[in-house]
Write a protein that binds this ligand. Sequence first.
Ligand SMILES: Cc1cc2nc3c(=O)[nH]c(=O)nc-3n(C[C@H](O)[C@H](O)[C@H](O)COP(=O)(O)O)c2cc1C
Length: 217
Amino acid sequence: MSEVKSKSAAFFEAIENRRSYYNLTKESPLSNDQLKEIVQKAVKFAPTSFNGQQSRAVLVTGKKHEELWDTVLEAYKPTLGGNKEQEAFWTDKIATQYKAGYGSVIFFEDQDVINAFAGKMPFLSQHFPIWSENSAGILQYIVWTALEAEGYGASLQHFGGFVPQVQTDVNKLLDLSPQWKNTAILPFGVPSGPPGQPGKGEKTFEPLENRTKFFFD
Ligand SMILES: Cc1cc2nc3c(=O)[nH]c(=O)nc-3n(C[C@H](O)[C@H](O)[C@H](O)COP(=O)(O)O)c2cc1C
């Protein structure tokens, strides 16, 4: 048991250290090539249902990263019903918490691949979209945790999921097939402050006794 624990210690250290960071800077401990390697490794080794490999990731830094967040803001604003206070709030939040970072990893699930699998296995067709979301989460988590192990902070954002115009405009900006469905955006950079939503206080944990069960017989 203790041997298993020590072999997985580095893995669990990375898991424990992964948090949501909202105070990002443009500092980058890794080169762009090293960042590319992290994203490629994560995409290669993240599991997918039936090894479908439908998950996609796009890494943007510099001007493209800034254009990405300008695009998200412009597509998001019309959903705020002309509320100037809300527009100012989101303009500031996007600028200071996401665009302020060094780069972003944008995640997608290729619907062409998912639809092909669903077509081949009609008896499972309703499950493929769910497994696709599960696969997306696994990939996002690997990249998020790896970046934080390298000294970055990051947060997971879902504008594309609930604002169709964000999805459309982001794909257009990055010249991607409309079949690439945006699942999340991970803005990252070296953090300038502690983890967690500003003003939210310490992260709390529900008792594990209520969340786990064990049967050793
Ligand atoms: C599936 C999922 C969706 C999330 N969506 C968002 C989001 O849209 N915006 C955001 O700021 N954080 C989002 N989060 C981050 C959670 O709020 C955060 O992980 C949680 O509060 C625990 O805090 P920690 O990440 O610091 O450990 C999401 C996390 C998960 C797993």
